[in-house]
Design a protein around this ligand. Structure first.
Ligand code: ADP
Ligand code: MG
Length: 489
């Protein structure tokens, strides 16, 4: 079964031979560069798709682009313009190769606790869905040549999880993955895994960050699990589009997986998590104002709202990267509000800009190339999401020990010691030291101060973990409720 109108076979050179004007398109192999993400947080790749049958019928093999290398291409309109990107994937680059360049490093990043985001941008028909999803198979066992980045990412992710858990068995390393799938259409968020949940709201929480309220989250532990969610979501996306009498190309879809790992070392539990967002954007073509009335007009404005805000956010971020102090209008659209971490924030982000080489969409292609060029200038600040906490018993033991030391020190000082709040809050260092030096125990005191502050960190982490566990329980309860409902219907 092919999803999103994915081609039944990949680009075939025989198509060219059969075309009226045979054209030899050079192939440029892509570089797999494992060091790329070590010091960079934003990557931009431009992907060309083969000229389609319809384009060929209308304009033959006439192109608006000439590719010069695996990183550069020229737009041959007026004025002729050369562009350089991290990668330019030519028409003959396979889905597997694209995965190895873009998807694989993203999985590694998320497994080590970075947030990751992958956007597919481009006009309708340029290959966004082919790139992100491609062909989806029901069993998830065998991917085909046309399977896109998402199925390949999860096939690789679960293989790597197995490998890592085995390699670090002594640490009791465990990974947990949970997924959600939503659509933004007309500035309204619909849960693609629970399509009766429409018009969901975005909330912001100091601990949780930005999240969608009441969004279904499903635990997954195999490609098959993910494939079922994808198929379900894609079917619901189509259905929603049909009901609203529109095409799904007007909506944005966001598939999210939170990859959490925990392990034990020195009687401490360590926790890392990375959020991976896979985003298939609405078609970037400008909405024709003629003929757009009523609902259509509103829809056009709203679709423009998320996409135009995305453009605006990126432009503002470029200013910010150049040292200007600017307000970034994340909150002006659902898409940018939800994905603010992925844009200029805590994330390693890849933008795949899809284009057609055919002359028939020359202007749209130029505007996509300009968008991609701007996006390259964004500066993100990705950091590992990490947390360490001891178990409650170990913490209590440490607290008892510290209390003993404190009593001991106070006795040595033979005077009323510094009030305990001074030890616990950050009070000025000099104050401690003068007090302590008087009694020849400055080392002890500063050591104690360090220990207390470390213990505070550990406690904060521990409480946070508890909160997370609570959240998980609530989600599981919601899932059980949902399953019960399914069983009853
Ligand atoms: P979009 O999601 O941007 O609207 P699609 O991904 O649906 O576009 O692609 C439009 C058509 O082009 C589909 O039939 C798809 O299979 C085909 N296509 C896109 N990219 C490629 C590619 N790289 N190789 C072969 N066919 C492609
Ligand atoms: Mg699409």
């Amino acid at each position: 079964s092919s999803i999103g109108g994915a081609a039944k076979r990949v680009f075939d050179l025989r198509d060219l031979a059969a075309a009226e004007v045979p054209v030899e398109v050079p192939h440029f192999e892509l570089d797999e560069d494992p060091a790329f993400w070590m010091d960079r947080n934003v990557q931009v790749l431009v992907r060309l798709r083969p000229i389609s049958a319809a384009e060929s019928t209308a304009y033959g093999q006439k192109r608006c682009l000439i590719q010069d290398s695996s990183k550069t291409l020229s737009w041959t309109g007026h004025p002729e313009t050369m562009f350089t990107f991290d990668h330019v994937a030519c028409e003959t680059i396979s889905q597997e190769k694209l995965f190895r360049v873009v998807g694989l490093p993203m999985v590694e990043n998320c497994m080590s606790g970075y947030n990751g985001c992958l956007f597919a941008y481009g006009q309708t028909g340029s290959g966004k869905t082919y790139t992100m999803m491609g062909e989806l198979s029901k069993d998830g066992n065998e991917l085909s040549n046309d399977s896109g980045l998402t199925p390949r990412i999860f096939e690789y992710l679960f293989a790597r999880i197995k490998e890592e858990e085995e390699r670090r068995r002594e640490d009791k390393l465990k990974y947990i993955c949970k997924c959600s799938f939503l659509e933004i259409y007309n500035e309204q968020i619909t849960d693609l895994l629970e399509p009766s949940s429409t018009n969901l709201q975005i909330r912001e929480d100091i601990k949780k960050g930005v999240y969608v309220e009441n969004l279904m989250e499903c635990y997954v532990s195999s490609v098959k699990d993910v494939m079922l969610l994808l198929l379900q979501g894609v079917a619901n996306r189509k259905m929603a589009a049909t009901n609203m009498n529109s095409e799904s190309s007007r909506s944005h879809s966001v598939f999210t997986c939170v990859i959490e790992s925990h392990w034990e070392r020195d009687s401490m539990t360590h926790l890392r998590f990375g959020r991976l967002n896979l985003v298939d954007l609405a078609g970037s073509e400008r909405q024709k104002s003629s003929g757009a009335e009523g609902d259509r007009l509103k829809e056009a404005a709203n679709i423009n709202r998320s996409l135009s805000t995305l453009g605006l956010v990126i432009m503002t971020l470029v200013d910010v990267a150049n040292g200007k102090s600017r307000h970034v209008p994340y909150r002006d659209s659902r898409l940018t509000f939800l994905l603010q971490d992925s844009l200029g924030g805590n994330s390693k982000t890849t933008i795949v800009a899809n284009i057609s080489p055919s002359i028939c969409s020359s202007n749209e292609t130029l505007s996509t190339l300009k968008f991609a060029q701007r996006a390259k200038l964004i500066q993100n600040n990705a950091k590992v999401n990490e947390d360490a906490s001891g178990d409650v018993m170990a913490l209590q033991r440490q607290i008892e020990e510290l209390k003993d030391q404190l009593t001991c020190l106070r006795k040595q000082q033979n005077a009323p010691g510094p009030p305990s709040f001074l030890l616990l809050n950050s009070g000025s260092d000099r104050e401690y030291n003068t007090l302590a030096e008087d009694h020849q125990s400055s080392c002890d005191l500063s050591l104690l101060k360090q220990k207390v502050s470390h213990l505070e960190d550990v406690l904060v982490g521990s409480l946070r973990r508890e909160k997370l566990a609570e959240l998980d329980i609530r989600k599981l309860e919601a899932e059980i409720k949902h399953l019960n409902r399914l069983v009853l219907t």
